[in-house]
Design a protein. Structure first.
Length: 147
């Protein structure tokens, strides 16, 4: 009989409030992209208004997630590698989202095509940040190690 002892650091679960903040921004940014696509096909001005409000809501949640990730970055100590990448992804998401919000403030006829391109970029970076954020907190072993 062989006993295997894992001396890796224990897995740190993501805080439930952080999980809600992180997960809430993705559907809002994705909804903004879908509203931009609907506006580009129908030219109904209300779709542009929906997109602007959804992007603003996504910015609120992404901003609080960024603040939480910034605080966690300093609490991580020497284990900053994955936390730093997560923070940078959220920072890029918030920066692109801010530019996207400024584009959507313009007249509805002036939003396209920049608004849809920026909405797609924000949705992709929000997806990456959410995926990386949830995957980085459950890691109990270094990558490449097997049991």
């Amino acid at each position: 009989m062989v006993a295997i002892v894992d001396h890796g650091r224990p897995a740190r679960a993501i805080h439930p409030l952080h999980a809600v903040l992180l997960a809430a921004s993705l559907p809002l940014f994705l909804g903004g992209l879908l509203c931009d696509i609907a506006y580009s096909r129908s030219f109904e001005i209300q779709w542009s208004n929906f997109a602007a409000w959804l992007i603003a809501g996504g910015m609120v949640f992404a901003g609080f997630s960024l603040l939480w990730a910034f605080i966690d970055l300093f609490r991580a100590g020497r284990r900053r590698g994955r936390g730093l990448v997560y923070f940078v992804l959220l920072l890029v998401t918030v920066a692109l989202g801010l530019v996207n919000a400024f584009v959507h403030v313009r007249d509805a006829w002036g939003v396209m095509p920049e608004g849809m391109i920026l909405s797609a970029a924000v949705a992709v970076t929000a997806l990456l940040a959410t995926w990386f954020g949830f995957s980085s907190f459950g890691m109990s072993r270094r990558m490449g190690e097997t049991r």
